[in-house]
Design a protein around this ligand. Sequence first.
Ligand code: SAM
Length: 231
Amino acid sequence: MNLHNRFNEDRRRLIDKLVKEGILKSEKVIRAMLTVPREVFVPSDYKDKAYFDMPLPTYEGQTISAPHMVAIMCELLDLDVGMKVLEVGCGSGYHAAVCAEIVAPSGEKLSNPGHIYSIERIPILVEFARKNLRRAGYYDRVDVILGDGSAGYPPEAPYDRILVTAAAPQIPKPLIEQLKKNGKIVIPIGSSYYQELIVGVKVAEGEIKTFKAGGCIFVPLIGKYGWKYYS
Ligand code: SAM
């Protein structure tokens, strides 16, 4: 079997497992995760593990999240075609590509395609993500920005959804401000070792209703409104 077919088969097997386990539920997230080639977003030394359900190293001590965590966060976000999404923590660009595949599906001529703005603080990862997104065909639907995403990305605010893929001590105020009314944020909150996935819905200006959606472990969100060390 050639490598391309093997990756396709491994991807199908992993998605089937996530569906059976009840982690993947909605047709749109299942379709997006079946479409986006995770092998393109994994550093070359780890390509053979692209469809292991585990986080993998990228650069500078950072990671690409495990597929089950990408699935859980996308299900919680409840993304739809046409939405404008901010991702904080672009990393490899994989999660941004999965979101892009939902808000602006490949091959569809849409009058209102959605868009992803994904911000990353480490320059080498910004380059890595841009290269991966170009190769995988998502460069038109994802803008990768170098910067401190703990302060959000004001030029494109407000957003329908905000996805944070690094762990913060609390929800950064600017991210709440940059959400649309009834917009949703999904963010890991807790210590730098262990966190709860928090879902927040902006019910009114300055007011957010939150609920907990399970434990998780992410690398720290480092920046003005996150953890201060290393910055
Ligand atoms: N979403 C990524 C993917 O699909 O590969 C995985 C992200 S990784 C778990 C978390 C990322 O958040 C790291 O690449 C890290 O450099 C980044 N990060 C941490 N603090 C940040 C900040 N203040 N602004 C932007 N990115 C940040």
